[in-house]
Design a protein around this ligand. Structure first.
Ligand SMILES: Nc1ncnc2c1ncn2[C@@H]1O[C@H](COP(=O)(O)OP(=O)(O)OP(=O)(O)O)[C@@H](O)[C@H]1O
Ligand code: SF4
Ligand SMILES: [Mg+2]
Length: 328
């Protein structure tokens, strides 16, 4: 299958502050890629850049974004607006902020069909109800008359998916699609996304939950302080991380492995991107850090086929046999 979305060496800045640097990823039709990392690591900015939806103060300062062979960075606002919805869509991190509280959910979805497909009121309403039913909203015809606040978190998330998928885009970016949902609803939403993927949808899932990542994506990019620090297939990366930060994330994740072990959070906090640490940005928190790490920034390099890591000692980290966490 050919690559649908390819992001190479992307950099996003707020004035002089580099919020994202050297981030690359690619996703094919029918595939799912996950972007993981702590809060502030640049996950949302990387994906907003793809859709041309960066906040007004932010700018893409380097890199290439290509969608189906098209250079998105040279598209006009109008061309991007056209592509959004039709070809690529996003489920925003905060579904409530993306819905208008004063309009019914059915009206808001129907609006997509009216504006983009030129359907009349009745047809558009019918299509909205179908879209809601498709994502498993029970009694969709009646629920279409409800306002966003009348929906539970999980149902609201379904509404967002219905709206994003209304025009059958080929790429969906789901920014934390299951945060704040209970496990059962979470599983339902993930199943829903997987079904769309079977129909050929390319999916980029942003999540801090490694369990979600393991259940949805084939490949993963791990971000730290605006950079990709490790990338590879989920199977490879999760079975033997080649970056200490990935190891730390896994040890800190309650769902990545089995439930019987002690969760061990990563010491310290993510750095302030306005004054990042010297050398490797992870060095103040890294149990593997050596002198060199304080002065020399590691390049993201290939450590094995299909696998990259930005750690000077990736080879040692990947074979390190200390358990990822202490068993309870
Ligand atoms: N509008 C903005 N103005 C200034 N800085 C911003 C703005 N939006 C994001 N940033 C900064 O850019 C960095 C990356 O932000 P981003 O939203 O991509 O993080 P994230 O990985 O999605 O985090 P989270 O998990 O909290 O959603 C952060 O340090 C953030 O403070
Ligand atoms: S380069 Fe050094 S500080 Fe950075 S992750 Fe690797 S060992 Fe840790
Ligand atoms: Mg975010």
């Amino acid at each position: 299958m050919s690559t649908l979305l390819e992001v190479s060496d992307l950099a996003v800045s707020f004035g002089d502050v580099a919020a994202v640097r050297g981030v690359s990823f690619a996703v094919e039709a029918g595939e799912a890629l996950a972007i993981v990392g702590e809060s502030g690591s640049g996950k949302s900015l990387s994906s907003l850049a793809v859709l041309g939806l960066l906040p007004p103060q932010a700018r893409v300062t380097a890199g290439r974004i290509s969608f189906d062979g098209r250079d998105l960075l040279s598209c006009t606002d109008e061309e991007l607006r056209q592509l959004r919805g039709e070809e690529m869509a996003i489920i925003f991190q905060d579904p409530l902020s993306a819905l208008n509280p004063s309009l019914t959910v059915g009206y808001q979805i129907a609006e997509v069909f009216r504006r983009r497909r030129g359907l009349d009121r009745r047809e558009a309403r019918q299509r909205a109800v179908e879209a809601m039913a498709e994502v498993g909203i029970p009694d969709a015809a009646a629920r279409a008359s409800n306002y966003p606040h009348e929906f539970s978190g999980g149902m609201r998330q379904r509404v967002m998916i219905a709206m994003a998928m209304a025009l059958r885009p080929r790429l969906l970016i789901a920014d934390e699609p299951t945060t704040a949902l209970d496990v059962t609803v979470q599983a339902q939403i993930l199943r829903l996304l997987r079904r769309r993927q079977e129909d050929g949808l390319a999916l980029v899932v942003i999540s801090h939950d490694l369990g979600v990542v393991a259940r949805t994506a084939r490949s993963v990019v791990v971000m730290y302080a605006g950079r990709a620090v490790e990338a590879g297939t989920v199977a490879d990366v999760f079975s033997a991380p080649a970056h200490p930060y990935t190891r730390g994330l896994m040890a800190a994740s309650p769902s990545a492995r089995d439930a019987q072990r002690t969760v061990r959070p990563i010491d310290g906090y993510p750095p302030d991107i306005t004054s990042p640490p010297s050398g490797c940005a992870f060095h103040p928190r890294c149990p593997f850090a050596q002198d060199r790490c304080r002065t020399e920034e590691p390049e993201l390099r290939t450590v094995s086929p299909g696998r990259t890591s930005a750690c000077h000692f990736a080879e040692e980290v990947v074979t390190h046999d200390e358990p990822l966490a202490t068993r309870a």
